[in-house]
Design a protein around this ligand. Structure first.
Ligand code: UDP
Ligand code: MG
Length: 309
């Protein structure tokens, strides 16, 4: 019998862990040829998630848990689950039921067809307006063009199936700033995507706010490409080229027309503009420098305090 490991990061999901286990159990009761295990990764929850997990694991042998020493974030939690999974295939999904377990049989079907990675493409629910869809698509397009991996494909979710081979490859990555959906896309292998519509959170609150999402977007860009550095350099060349041109025309103008060009305000604005531009470029360099700084220390992505297997 083939075994499927389901990895579920859980941060303050006390209201959801029992529910998601029931749903998954139900799905697998319909899949006769597969065994399953659920690996919950408690990412330093501040509620009763840990007690719930311990209770569940005592009742059901398919329930495993990993407890982190503190909150390390969603991506390290998924990685930890995958590092410890023993299945022939590993499915990662959120613990709040926004990733419908009903999709699992279809993912397994694709895997059996020979795909090593089955990612999911999140489609918009009907209530979302055209305007919001378009702006979101636009945002992803910009991000993708800045980065060397396609962020739209499977964008917006870490709901995917990976064959044990691909998981083994992932296990050996030494990358500090994890961006799993980019890494899986970058890895290659035989991949396919299936669509799903995300539902509302079953209970509790989302822990992703705008600031976290922006940081995540920056990680996505800077982990996969040095394009921003090139843009900075090109912009530098362009602007200094333009300024030489402007300077020459000013000199010619001053000799031919013989009047001073006034414009204190525009001068100040120009200084402010270029001051800002230089800070942005320094910031971009700084982000890459910060990544190198974090990487050279070679700290682990997460610390496990306790696990039941
Ligand atoms: N999560 C986690 N650590 C965190 C934040 C979130 O393990 O620091 C988990 C969370 O329990 C959930 C998944 O990651 O299973 C997605 O989080 P959330 O639902 O808050 O994000 P959203 O769906 O709003 O993007
Ligand atoms: Mg969610």
């Amino acid at each position: 019998m083939k075994k499927i490991s389901i990895v579920i990061p859980a941060y303050n999901e006390e209201g959801n862990v029992t529910l998601i286990h029931e749903k998954i159990k139900e799905i697998f009761s319909g899949l006769k040829n597969y065994d399953f295990e659920i690996i919950f990764v408690n990412d330093g929850s501040r509620d009763n998630t840990q007690t719930k997990l311990e209770e569940l694991s005592q009742k059901y042998e398919e329930i495993k848990y990993i407890e982190f020493s503190r909150n390390f974030g969603h991506q390290p939690a998924v990685k930890a689950g995958m590092d410890n999974a023993k299945g022939n295939a590993v499915i990662s999904m959120d613990g709040d039921l926004q990733h419908p377990p009903e999709l699992i049989p279809k993912m397994i079907e694709k895997w059996e067809e020979g795909y090593d990675i089955v990612f999911t493409i999140r489609t918009y629910p009907k209530q979302i307006s055209i305007f919001k869809r378009k702006t979101s698509d636009f945002f992803y397009k910009i991000l993708s063009s800045l980065s060397d991996v396609n962020l739209t494909k499977g964008g917006g979710s870490d709901f995917r199936l990976m064959d044990a081979n691909a998981v083994e490859v992932m296990r050996n990555f030494k990358e500090d700033d994890l961006f799993l959906r980019g890494l899986t896309s970058w890895m290659g292998f035989k991949q396919t995507g299936i669509e799903f519509t995300a539902s509302e959170r079953a209970s509790g609150e989302s822990s992703y706010n705008l600031k976290k999402m922006l940081t995540f977007a920056f990680t996505g860009i800077t982990s996969f490409s040095v394009k921003p550095l090139y843009i900075a350099a090109y912009l530098g060349f362009l602007l200094s080229g333009l300024s030489v041109f402007g300077y020459i025309s000013y000199v010619i103008y001053a000799f031919v027309v013989k009047t001073e060009i006034s414009g204190w305000a525009s001068l100040i604005m120009t200084i402010v503009f270029f001051g800002g531009l230089q800070l942005i470029m320094l910031g971009i360099i700084g982000i890459y420098l910060g990544k190198i700084f974090k990487q050279v220390k070679e700290r682990p992505n997460y610390i496990i305090k306790n696990k039941n297997f």
